[in-house]
Design a protein around this ligand. Structure first.
Ligand SMILES: [Fe+2]
Length: 141
């Protein structure tokens, strides 16, 4: 069931940049993973491709989320704990999707699609941006 999932991949836009090179690179990587899942769903091939999606998400979580947390700690970001909690929630949710998939639960691909879309729109484009504005003021490049 596609439930309004458009066939076009989501393109990176100038306004998504937070202007810290490494973080922008990693956010673009996240969008690539999202598009991989989107393409698989649209081609009706999600079950075949979902292992790659999980693998990429775990890599993203281990590298990007931790990198962000290192910045947060080093620059004494005041919302560090809350932001870290959001990252932990993300990781736990991905683990749960994986378990659900392995247990043969239906619609895992579509549910994960909406979860990642939410994460992109509300975490990466809002929460991360807000935090990065704090870093930029501190002179991080
Ligand atoms: Fe974050």
């Amino acid at each position: 069931m596609l439930k309004n999932i458009s066939p076009e991949p989501l393109s990176w836009k100038e306004e998504y940049n937070v202007n810290i090179g490494l973080l922008d690179k990693q956010h673009k990587k996240f969008l690539e993973i999202f598009n991989l899942l989107k393409k698989a769903i649209n081609e009706g091939a999600c079950e075949r491709n979902i292992s790659d999606v999980f693998f990429s998400l775990v890599y993203y979580a281990e590298h990007h989320l931790i990198q962000e947390e290192i910045y947060f700690k080093n620059y004494k970001y005041p919302n560090f704990n809350l932001h870290k909690e959001a990252h932990n929630h993300f990781i736990n949710r991905i683990i749960k999707f994986r378990e659900d998939f392995e247990e043969g639960k239906e619609d895992v691909c579509v549910e994960m699609y909406y979860f990642l879309e939410e994460w992109f729109n509300n975490h990466i484009l809002k929460y991360d941006k807000e935090a990065v504005e704090f870093f930029v003021k501190k002179g991080v490049k």
